[in-house]
Write a protein that binds this ligand. Sequence first.
Ligand code: HEM
Ligand SMILES: *[C@@H]1O[C@H](CO)[C@@H](O)[C@H](O)[C@H]1NC(C)=O
Length: 317
Amino acid sequence: MAFFSSSILSFSTLFLFMLGMASAQLSSNFYSSSCPTALSIIRGVVNTAVSKENRMGASLLRLHFHDCFVNGCDASVLLDDTTNLKGEKTAVPNKKSLRGYEVIDAIKSQLERQCPRVVSCADILAVAARDSVVKLGGTTWTVPLGRRDATTASFNDASKDLPSPNLDLSALKSAFRKKGFTASEMVTLSGGHTIGQVKCSIIRTRIYNETNIDSNFAASLKKNCPSTGGDSNLSPLDQTARVFDNTYFKDLVKKKGLMHSDQQLFNGGSTVSQVNTYSQNSAKFFYDFGCAMIKMGNLSPLTGSKGEIRTNCRKTN
Ligand code: HEM
Ligand SMILES: *[C@@H]1O[C@H](CO)[C@@H](O)[C@H](O)[C@H]1NC(C)=O
């Protein structure tokens, strides 16, 4: 009798434990009954936005990265400042730099019409990032879903947890190590810089003062990035910045990285061989990128009854 009751107890404990695990786990079919059109709605808005402006695909990819690296993938990055909240949008890495908020709003308003209070802003960011990469020529991955939205955001954490473009290799490695990523995954994720643009203010020191840069390349960048002024003039992040491909890595091998942090990956350190591999094998880069994006999307999601499903991605309910 004692045996039976203790095994019933341990079965129910195990069952509750597994339920707890299940609620903490994201799943790719999370909306298949609650909002079967969710994924096609997101894809439709992303495709329209990227067709209208190619760079938007890059901006949406970056939004998901900046969400996940600051207290996890919880859409905290989307909260506007209020009198009670100094959010993430005005932190140095984001201010006058992060973009794409209007596209997320457009997706959210369609989703609220179709399936009110069901699809989180954090999941919208994860799916929009994937759809952007696909639209720009990358290969797809399956996005785990079921994240919920934060009711708070952190200016301070956004200021310290997002890596600066002035970092050297060892500091880049530790910024990613802090979030649970290997140096190899850091190299893979940096391949996100195969699309999009960068401001003159960020590359100026590199193009005027660094030596590990192709001199013709530096000269050509100076035309659009004078030594003083023109701070917000844009340059493409690689030679084919409208397309998601492995050109970013080919460029690093040619000393044509845009930012200091980019070229650090191919500057005699431990990451050189991986950059060489990706520069010759885009299929390997694409496969690894999907895996690393899934891992990034798993950074401390709010699940179960934690957080909320915002009705407007810019504010808490
Ligand atoms: C390795 C450390 C990283 C650093 C230091 C870094 C830094 C930056 C900076 C400074 C910019 C340009 C901002 C501006 O000019 O306003 C930028 C742009 C961008 N970053 Fe990163 N980033 C890193 C990693 C990543 C990762 C992991 C991803 C995505 C997987 C990513 C995706 C992008 C994209 C797509 C853009 C272009 C955005 C646009 O054109 O709107 N970055 N990054
Ligand atoms: C380049 O280095 C010189 C000497 O250290 C410095 O005066 C100058 O401001 C630097 N220029 C840029 C664009 O960083």
